[in-house]
Design a protein around this ligand. Structure first.
Ligand code: C5P
Length: 320
């Protein structure tokens, strides 16, 4: 064995990256396009609930994936695939193809964002896997390379790379940073049972077909942008909106009670996060968020209640 190979097998390169979950402050949805997707105008905010992905280079060409739940995460991980259909696995494969890498990788994920919760935990896994693999394999990938690969993996993956607060157009993947001031304080009411994003979009289509709602050209709400610029949580609370909310409530009617309880608990704004079932409530301070969370917990309105703040960072390398 050569000295070089010896060195490789002793020092396996390992990189750990972290990406945040998100909440949509506004989600404006247009009519379904021919490609099956809906044109969106959305304002994303990354929040301090994190997915951590470690990529350890293998000497052979295999990809493996393991996953564990971080402390307090609702739901079990049984339904999450650990094979080539997992978004993090697909991210590793995309990097390998793009840069002609022949090595394999062991991916291990620690989840801090609820599964199928409407907070883009799977997209955060993909973003963190892209960054960790590109770094571990020394691909020399640019931010642009990673963004392009991210957009092929899913509509929310580019934002998971970018983080902070951003306007998303197109499928949600055409991003521009939003001006914000200060910090916003959130309470998230989570459910053990997830909701499927395609099912919620399909219910949205049915509501449009039944004439219960209209799907107009999506637009960014000026009030949301003004509240962000002012750093005014109470103003932002009033401006929160989500065109998928009625569809999510129709798929999971119990969420109405969750929303009501969060309002009773003193939230300045309550909205279903993305395609649900997580319900997001805005508070005016960290202390206020803690008190709303205590109220919602005591009422038994949700399976798990967590507090977080935003904007949080995009994907960052923690180690390696
Ligand atoms: O892009 P991603 O795989 O995350 O999207 C999951 C599903 O959500 C899509 O298959 C589609 O049914 C729906 N979707 C949509 N319009 C968007 C984003 C997602 O209809 N802009």
């Amino acid at each position: 064995m050569t000295a070089e190979l010896d060195h490789r097998s002793v020092e396996r390169r390992s990189v750990r990256a972290r990406a945040s979950g998100k909440v949509n402050l506004q989600l404006s949805v247009g009519p379904r396009s021919e490609d099956g997707y809906h044109p969106l105008a959305t304002v994303f905010q990354a929040v301090s609930l994190y997915e951590t992905v470690t990529a350890e280079v293998r000497d052979d060409e295999l990809i493996t994936l393991s996953m564990s739940a971080g402390p307090g995460l609702p739901g079990d991980l049984d339904g999450v695939p650990l094979d080539s259909t997992n978004l993090a696995w697909r991210a590793a494969e995309a990097v390998r193809q793009e840069f002609g890498v022949t090595d394999g990788v062991d991916l291990s994920i620690v989840k801090g964002v609820p599964v199928a919760g409407g907070m883009a935990g799977g997209s955060a896994d993909a973003a963190a896997a892209l960054v960790a693999c590109a770094e571990a394999w020394h691909c020399g990938a640019t931010r642009e390379d990673l963004h392009r690969l991210a957009a092929t993996l899913g509509a929310d993956v580019p934002f998971a790379l970018m983080g902070h607060t951003a306007v998303g157009l197109g499928r949600g993947d055409q991003l521009s940073p939003a001006m914000t001031r200060g910090e916003f304080h959130w309470v998230f009411a989570m459910q053990h049972e997830g909701l499927s994003t395609p099912a919620v979009f399909a219910e949205f289509d049915d509501q449009v077909a039944r004439g219960e709602r209209t799907a107009v050209t999506p637009r960014v709400d000026a009030e949301v942008m003004a509240a962000l610029m002012a750093g005014d949580g109470a103003l932002l609370g009033k401006a929160l909106s989500n065109d998928l909310q009625d569809a999510a409530l129709s798929c999971a009617p119990r969420l109405r009670d969750v929303m009501e309880t969060m309002r009773d608990g003193g939230a300045v704004g309550v909205v279903v996060s993305g395609s649900g079932p997580t319900v997001a409530a805005l508070a005016t301070s960290a202390h206020h968020a803690t008190s709303i969370a205590a109220y919602v917990r005591a009422a038994g309105a949700a399976d798990v209640v967590m507090t977080a703040s935003g904007p949080a960072t995009g994907t960052v390398i923690l180690e390696g």
